[in-house]
Design a protein. Structure first.
Length: 694
């Protein structure tokens, strides 16, 4: 019963630590759960409103009584005291931890970094020392273990700035705030000075990375079965630091945590990489090689080749030694870092083993490219690279704090993946769909669908047109996207080194559209050029319609231009006036609705839009009115078709959200599905017209 309750405390208290602990061996995991149940219970007394000061004092009293051999009715305390006795925890460590918990009751601010480091010694570093005892590490690892605890605690402090402000606490020292011109970290102050806050967070994330990188040098002391769990937790905290560095204001909105899927996927990969370094039972070993796969690396020696006819085995040993020799030496200059390099060495070793097979077929330079990337970027090669694949969809932050670059090794394929993300695949049908519906609505026969012009325009509006539109938008919004919570989560966050690739892609997308314009006659060319002009004017100065309330939504009639173009190509005349009215109303409403979740980010970035001018509720009311106009226009265009009455769902959604505007952001991400269904119905109506006529 106690173990189940401790497990429940662990699962409820920390997602990252809990799911990382699943990769500990059984003998360590049970003791880690006991340790965490104790520290989390003490922390819960002070991380609530109101704080349970009496409960904390009683908890401390029970611990001290149990420490002196007195029986207490608290299984959490009893289990921890038994663990401390078995593993030799120093009583001073626990007292320092409890003192830091009591400090959360009486202390609300820290003046200097030195004062904060004293707090982190008790709240985190001593926990790292306890973990070192649980994992049976040598005394030389203690400094690294304490530093790892400090680093993880510091990124927790940065991550929880918003939550701590709600509790009336500020852990970031005042001297650091003063250095960046901030008086405090209240939401009002931060939103009034977003750039100063961004500089502060960038500097403090760099401080965390320095501590974390230094602490990871101690991974050489970890047993192989415990390395995966510790490495996994470190990687997830690096991911958290990356998100905070990209969008500092995100810490005021929510607590940044990796998803369970991300943690488990990374853990499985690390486990597989570690397993590949373990020799099979009964497998051949070079003469004189140690049975533990890390022993030779830690001793700085190279396994001697065997004397005998096993030429293939000797070749493998030579290739393995060659890869090791090219790996950078971190920490001690006279040795490779054994377990610390296991996941990275495993990637290179796995690639070398298939050099004559898969790697030779896909990327002949794969092993050398792995080594070059490791040496140039100081970060582990990705799984995609070690398999010789062409895409790396989730680049990770470098241990040194650097960023990924689009270099010559695999850069083309990575930049292609970046362009794919920027084009917003879930919105591709917003341009291709109207073109298909308009083309079919004006077509007189099915043979119209077999024309090369139709295929060329459909393919253009499916990807290159979207790339032109959204690449131009992201290039123009590079400064304001830093405050947009969608960037880096739902949408790609543009990095400085990617701007050149994106500018070329946007230019090519525009040139392809301009090249297609003459194929549709004068009237069709006018619609194509109007699409390109509005797409550029929406984002780029000096017009920059997106920063002009009213014009930002009205200019989104550009999404209807492909439909008008398709109709002109087949019907040879302009669409009906009601079609213009309905399309303009629908696109304006859709743009305004999409801007409502961004009101806070746009205001923080100083961007004026129709949504920021009206506010959430009035914006929803205007969206409902515009969608009603679009719906009635459709009813007038297609009388006698009951299916068009389903268009009433759009104004009804606005009416429902008017009472709960905070849910607009969640509902907005369902609209691609709703719009796809609506477009499919319109396509069926157009196809029916094409087949039998109205």
């Amino acid at each position: 019963m106690n173990s189940n309750q401790a497990l429940s405390i662990f699962r409820r208290g920390s997602r990252t630590y809990f799911y990382s602990s699943l990769f500990f061996p059984g003998w360590a995991r049970a003791e880690v759960i006991t340790l965490y149940a104790f520290v989390r219970t003490a922390d819960d007394f002070v991380d609530r409103l109101p704080q349970d000061v009496a409960g904390l004092e009683a908890f401390i009293s029970r611990y001290r009584s149990a420490l002196h051999g007195q029986g207490v009715d608290d299984w959490i305390v009893q289990d921890f005291v038994s663990l401390a006795d078995r593993r030799g925890f120093k009583p001073d460590w626990t007292e320092s931890f409890l003192a830091s918990m009591k400090a959360d009751v009486v202390r609300r601010h820290y003046a200097t970094l030195r004062e904060l480091e004293e707090y982190m010694w008790g709240s985190a570093e001593v926990v790292g020392l306890m973990m070192a005892r649980i994992l049976r590490l040598p005394a030389e690892a203690n400094g690294y273990a304490a530093l790892l605890g400090r680093a993880m605690q510091y990124i927790n402090i940065l991550r929880d700035i918003g939550a701590d402000q709600a509790l009336g606490r500020t852990y970031v020292p005042q001297e650091l705030l003063d250095a960046h011109g901030l008086s405090d970290l209240s939401p009002e102050t931060v939103r009034a000075q977003p750039r100063a806050f961004g500089r502060l967070m960038e500097a403090e994330v760099a401080r965390y990375l320095g501590w974390q990188t230094q602490a990871e040098l101690g991974f050489q002391y970890l047993p192989s079965r415990a390395l995966v769990a510790i490495r996994l937790a470190s990687d997830m905290y690096r991911w958290t630091a990356q998100q905070i560095s990209r969008r500092p204001l995100l810490v005021l909105e929510r607590s940044v945590r990796p998803s369970i899927g991300r943690i488990l996927t990374r853990g499985v990969w690390l486990t597989a990489a570690s397993a590949r370094t373990q020799p099979r039972r009964g497998a051949w070993r070079p003469h004189g090689a140690a049975r533990r796969p890390q022993a030779a690396a830690l001793s700085g020696t190279t396994p001697r080749p065997a004397k005998g006819p096993a030429h293939q085995c000797r070749s493998r040993a030579r290739r393995r030694a060659r890869v090791k020799a090219r790996m950078p030496k971190v920490g001690r200059a006279d040795s490779l870092q054994g377990p610390c390099e296991m996941p990275y060495l495993a990637s290179a070793w796995a690639t070398v083993r298939v050099q004559g097979k898969l790697a030779a077929a896909l990327r002949p330079d794969c092993p050398l490219r792995l080594v070059r990337e490791w040496r140039s970027r100081q970060r582990p090669p990705s799984f995609a690279l070690c398999a010789g694949a062409w895409l790396d969809p989730q680049p990770r932050l470098a241990p040194s704090g650097g960023s990924d670059t689009l270099d010559g090794h695999g850069g083309f394929h990575r930049s292609f993946w970046m362009l794919f993300q920027v084009s917003r695949p879930r919105f591709w049908l917003y341009l291709a769909g109207p073109y298909l519906v308009g083309y079919c609505a004006g077509a007189a026969s099915i043979s119209e669908l077999l024309r090369p012009r139709f295929a060329a325009h459909l393919l253009y509006f499916l990807w290159p047109a979207n790339l032109f539109l959204y690449a131009t938008n992201d290039l123009a919004d590079a400064d304001t996207d830093r405050f947009n919570p969608k960037k880096g989560t739902r949408e790609h966050y543009l990095r400085p080194e990617e701007r050149g690739y994106l500018a070329v892609a946007a230019l090519l997308g525009g040139l392809i559209g301009a090249g297609l314009a003459p194929t549709s006659g004068w009237s069709g060319a006018a619609y194509m050029l109007a699409f390109l002009a509005l797409g550029a004017a929406y984002s780029l100065p000096p017009l920059r319609f997106k920063a002009r309330p009213g014009l930002d939504s009205a200019s989104n009639v550009l999404y209807a231009m492909p439909g008008f173009l398709g109709y002109v190509q087949t019907a040879g005349q302009a669409p009906p006036l009601l079609a213009f009215l309905g399309a303009a109303s629908w696109t304006a409403a859709m743009h305004l609705f999409s801007a409502i979740p961004d009101i806070a980010a746009d205001r923080a970035a100083g961007l004026s839009t129709t949504a920021t001018a009206l506010g959430a509720r009035r914006s929803l009311a205007l969206c409902g009115a515009l969608w009603t106009v679009a719906w009635l226009s459709l009813v007038a265009l297609l009388p006698g078709w009951p299916v068009v009455w389903l268009g009433a769902v759009y104004p009804l959604v606005c009416l429902a959200l008017w009472f709960r505007p905070s849910r607009t952001g969640r509902i907005y991400w369902l609209f691609p599905w709703l719009n796809a269904a609506t477009g499919f119905v319109l396509f069926l109506l157009a196809a029916h017209h094409l087949a039998v006529g109205l």
